[in-house]
Design a protein around this ligand. Sequence first.
Ligand SMILES: *Cc1c(COP(=O)(O)O)cnc(C)c1O
Length: 364
Amino acid sequence: MSSYSVASIDLSAVRHNFKRVKQAASQAKTVVVVKANAYGHGMLEISQALSEADGYAVARLDEAIALRDSGIKKTILILTGFHSVEEAQACAEYDLAAVLHNDEQLDCLNKTRLSRPISIWLKINTGMNRLGIDVGSLAHFSRELTLSENICQPVKLMTHLACADDMSNAATEDQIAVFDKAIKGLSEQNPIGEQSIANSAGLLGWSSVQRDWVRPGIMLYGGNPFCDKTAADVELEPVMTLRSKVIALRTIQKGQSVGYGASWTATKTCRIATLGIGYGDGYPRHAKTGTPVLISGQRVPLVGRVSMDSINVDVTELDSVEVMDEAILWGKGLPIDEIANSSSTISYDLMCGVTDRVPRVYAE
Ligand SMILES: *Cc1c(COP(=O)(O)O)cnc(C)c1O
């Protein structure tokens, strides 16, 4: 194989993590979030592996169509919905459910006659101020949607939590209270549809938000959903293991530097291994000196700047290392959240950032 770098995807780990969803939210149905190519893991492969899910959620229409075309018959939900009459028609044609979060989307529905009614998840802004209609316009939206022949009745109701990763943050309780009050007002006029609030952190951290549907993403892939725990603390297994190889070895003397900008200088004689992976593969360019890499099961520190095609690690402490030895950048034995912390980012970003240059290899 011409590529030194490979992302091994463990499908039994993704199924284990799905079981954790079912244990934590046993009364709820699950839409598994497979947007952004299943957080870099491969949308079709992950969706097939999670055939027990009740539905699938993606961010964009083209992702939803690709999933439907792959043969999936269950609910497919587009988390940003449609943005034109044509896109709404495509939702009808492919039997896709859509989040509805703004006036323009309601106008699209009111302007056309769809080939068949579509399922709508009406998103209420309860404090995140990203997507969602304001609580004050809920009655209006509900009235309009109840009259629409373009949608399946009753409409589902959802919101999204901004701070669920931090269990000591009171904002989550506030958002839940806003949601419940809004829905109570509505239910006095109409029968109300199913509800959905929780992402991974929400469903693991707050049983009161599990409701009818949960929407786990990161926990399926073994990323830590919380700011102050580890993935292992909540019994999640890593799904992606990013591997590469040693492609060069050299010894440098005290005072010699490594890499662009000569940003790291040896304070004693050192053995340096160069690995065939860099930011062109999705290894984070901002990984700090000291970020751990696993070689032969031992941790060795990254030194100097990350290049496009390579990084350098100090292997002085290893008994033996040879060109073509394997290195693990994150995954089994090296939690991705550690690498994310050391690169001032989050596991989601690292997973999504693995580029097409890195083949995904699937195993049970
Ligand atoms: C991405 C997304 C999720 C999944 O969130 P995780 O933190 O990955 O579990 C759930 N709901 C919505 C609306 C999303 O955009």
